[in-house]
Design a protein around this ligand. Structure first.
Ligand code: AMP
Ligand code: MG
Length: 320
């Protein structure tokens, strides 16, 4: 079996020194799993060309196997070795990458990305993260890394190294600590295969920003889309606690997650800043989840990143 699979031992949390990044690359090259910080959430990396390592990702996350992974690359050139980019897709990638936008493109015949990472599709989702640690890990490794969120499938995404340890510490090989994730929400995903892009998942890059660079952005017809993305599964990003959204006040026994100048157990942004709220969302949900069986969340204004926060909260509030 796999050399690096050490179920009885806990993964170390290490700082992103160049020595530790080298160690991470050796682990990845041997088929191991390494968690890395990105500007969205922490990702659980494996060599995108190694089907056994990727099978382990599905296994440790408990992720449904119909669910393809995003391959993380360093630079458009690396992306173009894997997939076909139209002139429009290329211009969009050139304008937004590195950043929190994943683009689904058709694979090249010569792609090195394993079929299991693509759930057997002839397309692949690619993203160039902007986090300096993610960038140096991918560049040092030299070939794409798949990196779904480093948490148990369906649960709250990790935005701190400790979150990764809490969920997966005993099942993975190394955790690189890059501090708190800046954006705190999973990447926006678009389908970039056609003449006009289609929005597959809301995220930090808002629709108008994409539309301004590549006009004609449409909402994907997800009823017809296979595979279903986790963002499309009704209950997702979920705490153990029962979650009540748009709550003006908390009921007795509820932990209250506030927004704006309100009294609360934890506050996403006392100054009503949506960007700050997004960055705090998953960490504060995890903190309250550890203390309460019921969590009430204050109303979050719509518009921009507020729409993405509300979408994540609505899914987290769904009962299984
Ligand atoms: P994550 O859970 O953040 O790793 O996001 C993976 C998401 O990307 C899933 O929702 C997938 O459905 C979506 N995705 C990845 N590859 C493809 C693809 N080839 N076609 C459509 N969606 C994809
Ligand atoms: Mg996820």
């Amino acid at each position: 079996m796999n050399l690096w699979y050490r179920a009885e031992m806990s993964a170390k949390i290490v700082p992103p020194t160049s020595e530790n990044l080298q160690t991470a690359c050796s682990i990845l090259a041997a088929g191991g799993l390494v968690a890395m910080p990105t500007e969205t959430v922490y990702g659980l990396c494996a060599d995108a060309a190694n089907p056994i390592a990727i099978a382990r990702i599905y296994d440790v996350k408990g992720r449904p196997d119909f669910n393809p992974l995003i391959a993380h690359i360093a630079g458009l050139e690396m992306a173009e070795r894997q997939g076909h980019f139209s002139a429009d897709a290329k211009a969009l990638a050139g304008a937004i990458w590195p950043g929190p936008l994943s683009m689904v493109v058709n694979i090249r015949d010569t792609t090195s990305i394993a079929s299991i990472a693509r759930a057997g599709l002839d397309s692949v989702a690619l993203r160039e993260p902007s986090h300096p640690v993610a960038r140096s890990l991918i560049s040092t490794f030299g070939v794409p890394l798949v990196a779904p969120s480093a948490n148990l499938s369906g649960r709250i995404s990790p935005t701190r190294a400790q979150h990764v340890f809490d969920d997966l510490g005993d099942r993975i090989d190394l955790i690189i600590d890059g501090g708190a994730c800046q954006s705190g929400l999973e990447s926006t995903i678009i389908d970039a295969r056609d003449a006009h892009p289609a929005l597959l998942r809301l995220g930090p890059i808002a629709a108008p920003e994409i539309d301004a660079l590549w006009p004609g952005l449409k909402q994907a017809d997800l009823s017809a889309e296979k595979p279903v993305s986790p963002g499309q599964l009704l209950r997702h990003y979920a705490p153990n606690a029962r979650l009540r959204i748009n709550a003006i006040t908390a009921l007795p026994d509820e932990g209250y997650l506030g927004f704006g100048p309100v009294e609360s157990d934890l506050n996403l942004s006392p100054a009503s800043d949506l960007i700050e709220a997004a960055a705090n969302l998953f960490d504060m949900l995890r903190q309250l989840d550890a203390q309460y069986t019921q969590i009430a969340v204050a109303p979050i204004p719509s518009g921009g990143v507020g729409d993405t926060i509300n979408e994540r909260l609505a899914r987290a509030a769904e009962r299984a």
